[in-house]
Design a protein around this ligand. Structure first.
Ligand SMILES: Cc1cc2nc3c(=O)[nH]c(=O)nc-3n(C[C@H](O)[C@H](O)[C@H](O)COP(=O)(O)O)c2cc1C
Length: 170
């Protein structure tokens, strides 16, 4: 799991999901913000981590319809020409990839066409690199703003973790 969250101590969703995944057998959670607080990505280490994985999960909170900046930087650095694509070097070919993210706003703000738009670039990346795109998991209303919101957010996050485990093991 490639986890991007700049403030994981305050997190509800990403903390729950990544903690549950970390407890599964044969999994590794790489928390980019902890590994690279200065954004200086160790490209070789990250590429080796990807090579050793069968399934790769991008786990993140939705930030302005996209990923947190560190995940974008990590992709830009790690998915290099000659490693992830091009020059007959598709080293991630056939690896499974899943997008798993949390959304602050309610489901009414995120109909399927919006979900398709905000995941288009990452689906495109995986197809370009000949990876096996398994799908998108997300939960809405992950916030602490109103009475009872936190409890519901915890439930949704636990459900997402269960679905994620099913998808990884299918
Ligand atoms: C910089 C920033 C941008 C955000 N952009 C969006 C957004 O575009 N849409 C949305 O629904 N929520 C947005 N949010 C809310 C987060 O998605 C939400 O707080 C997060 O998914 C909750 O996950 P967590 O409990 O793991 O922190 C944004 C939050 C921040 C800090």
């Amino acid at each position: 799991m490639i986890l991007a969250h700049p403030n994981i101590e305050e997190s509800i969703g990403n903390k729950i999901i990544s903690n549950i995944i970390a407890q599964q057998k044969n999994t590794e959670v790489r928390h980019l913000d902890q590994l690279y607080p200065d954004f200086k990505i160790d490209i070789k280490t990250e590429q080796e981590a990807l090579l050793s994985a069968e399934t790769i999960v991008f786990q993140y909170p939705l930030f302005w319809y996209s990923t947190p900046a560190i995940l974008k930087e990590w992709i830009d650095q790690v998915f290099q020409y000659g490693f992830a694509f091009g020059a007959n070097s598709y080293n991630l070919e056939g690896k499974k990839i899943i997008l798993s993210f949390t959304i602050g706003s309610p489901t009414t703000d995120y109909p399927q066409d919006i979900i398709d738009k905000i995941t288009f670039h990452l689906k495109g990346l995986s197809q370009y690199c000949k990876m096996d795109f398994l799908g998108v998991l997300f939960c809405n209303d992950i916030n602490n703003y109103t009475d009872g919101a936190k409890e519901k957010a915890i439930d949704r996050s636990n459900s997402q973790a269960e679905k994620l485990i099913e998808l990884i093991n299918q």
